[in-house]
Design a protein around this ligand. Structure first.
Ligand code: NAD
Length: 451
């Protein structure tokens, strides 16, 4: 029988709570007198009251951070959805369907941007121009021209843009970061990184706006921005060149039958991808009850012929510090998760996640470290909810006064830019068949050492 060396990981989980500040937000103090202090709460407004806006940035913030921030405005082009959102979040602020009116009337300190990806640039730039700090969901934006406009606007405004990379905050990934930075496997030279989206979560990207490049930048940007950000953070370096290929060979025009959306479809009984959106009361309240205003179908057909994003993708990425990465994504896997391995001069780290494994269930995720000519150690990290516990830690980081950042998890505009530029370069490489240099896309020059 193999002898496994299990090493404690409690330091990671505990230290994960010691997170630092992000300028523009964190000076807010408890309005209800903490000791002798009495400082005003930050006034926040949000644009885009869909599921991400109302849950992660809505209900959860009002529930846990009302001592630090207060909502002063909510805006969405869909008048029904913005009212439903206010009700769901438990907010008391006014609602708007026009952004400029909201900004003029409520004058927030901070703007949260949770609209569709291709619109992020518009509201980030305008928010900065109007003197707000801005918090944007990932991806920062969808192409290099919009990226440059955001970089310029941030420099000119003197205000701060924060791109929220919740994946960095999971305790499992923090432990990987700690092992790499401690030199456990020497210098990292290459990485194998493979992400598996299943026929439920993966399929969902083909149901609505993400299915079109013009709205999501393709999954190279919409989804892989998370993974490219993780790579830059783990490797402490910035990407230099990308060579990629991708194909649409399962969803879209490849289906044998199709309809407009699941509820109206005549193939309900024979389609493996039939999904009754109204079984989810939250989705019904947010989306189907408000379809009449904008025709947004949350349960669009995954075999629509207008789908133009890839459903399988692979890339070779070179980092400025010489590390080579072999990366891939598939969107119709039977299970959801990823595998990653870091090859170093003194050994190798292997880590894997399988979400909701129906056969083998455990309370922890493992990391395996194998030393060249030496022993093999296993680390166990306790599982937690909300993107592996990342969502809550990210919120603490943004909305409270905690100053420490032991795992360097705070991400700024440069991180947001490089993570999307890697995806933009991959998309361009798929189209041109050539390797793409990141430095040719904007005025940012990749640094060998990020920090
Ligand atoms: N970090 C994560 O893990 C994570 C998870 C999910 C989504 N996201 C990101 O959050 C953002 C929102 O995603 P979602 O799933 O909530 O999308 P969604 O489609 O549910 O919500 C988008 C909302 O924006 C509104 N909108 C569209 N155009 C608008 C405009 N011009 N002005 C005002 N409102 C407008 C829509 O009516 C809709 O309510 C996306 O950028 C997505 O990439 C991040």
């Amino acid at each position: 029988m193999n002898r496994r060396n299990f090493l404690t990981t409690s330091s990671v989980v505990a230290a994960g709570a010691l997170l630092s500040s992000i300028p523009g937000i964190t000076e807010a103090k408890d309005d209800r007198k903490t000791g002798n202090e009495l400082t005003k709460k930050k006034r926040i407004a949000l644009i885009g009251t869909g599921s991400r806006g109302t849950s992660m940035w809505g209900k959860a913030v009002i529930k846990d951070y009302s001592d630090f921030v207060e909502y002063v405005g909510l805006c969405d082009i869909n008048p029904g959805r913005v009212e439903a959102a206010k009700n769901y979040m438990g907010a008391t602020c006014p609602t708007f369907t026009d952004f400029e009116t909201m900004m003029k009337e409520v004058k927030p300190d901070v703007l949260i941007v949770t609209v569709n990806d291709y619109l992020h640039d518009k509201y980030i730039v305008r928010g900065l121009e109007l003197g707000c700090d801005v918090i944007s969901e990932k991806p920062m934006t969808t192409d290099e021209v919009k990226c440059q406009a955001i970089l310029d606007a941030e420099r000119k405004s003197g205000k701060k843009l924060t791109v929220t990379f919740n994946y960095r905050y999971s305790p499992h990934r923090s432990k990987i970061w700690e092992l790499i930075q401690s030199g456990e496997i020497g210098e990292v030279t290459s990485v194998d990184f493979h992400w598996y989206l299943d026929t439920s979560h993966g399929a969902d990207y083909f149901r609505r706006w993400h299915r079109k490049r013009e709205f999501s930048g393709s999954l190279w940007v919409h989804k892989s921005t998370h993974h490219f950000d993780l790579l830059g953070w783990w490797l402490d370096s910035e990407p230099e060149e990308v060579y990629a290929s991708g194909k649409l060979e399962f969803y879209g025009k490849n289906g044998k039958q199709r309809g407009k959306n699941c509820r109206s479809c005549s193939h309900k009984d024979s389609c493996d991808f039939y999904w009754d959106v109204d079984k989810n009361a939250y989705y019904k309240m947010l989306y189907t009850d408000n379809e009449k205003y904008d025709g947004y179908l949350r349960d669009g057909c995954v075999f629509k012929e207008d789908i133009d994003i890839f459903d399988k993708m692979a890339a070779t990425i070179k980092y400025a510090n010489g590390v080579q990465v072999a990366y891939s994504v598939v969107t119709y896997a039977p299970y959801e998760g990823y595998r990653i391995a870091f090859n170093g001069t003194k050994g190798r780290i292997d880590a894997w996640i399988e979400e909701k494994n129906p056969v083998y269930q455990s309370d922890y995720d493992e990391i395996m470290v194998t030393h060249n000519f030496g022993k093999r150690d296993f680390y166990r990290v306790l599982k937690s909810e909300g993107h592996g516990g990342g969502d809550k830690l990210l919120h603490d980081h943004i909305f409270t006064n905690k100053k420490e950042d032991p795992f360097k998890q705070a991400a700024g505009v440069r991180d947001g830019a490089f993570s999307i530029l890697t995806g933009v370069a991959a998309r361009k490489s798929c189209d041109s068949g050539k390797p793409i240099k990141i430095a040719d896309l904007t005025d940012l020059v990749p640094k060998s050492k990020k920090s």
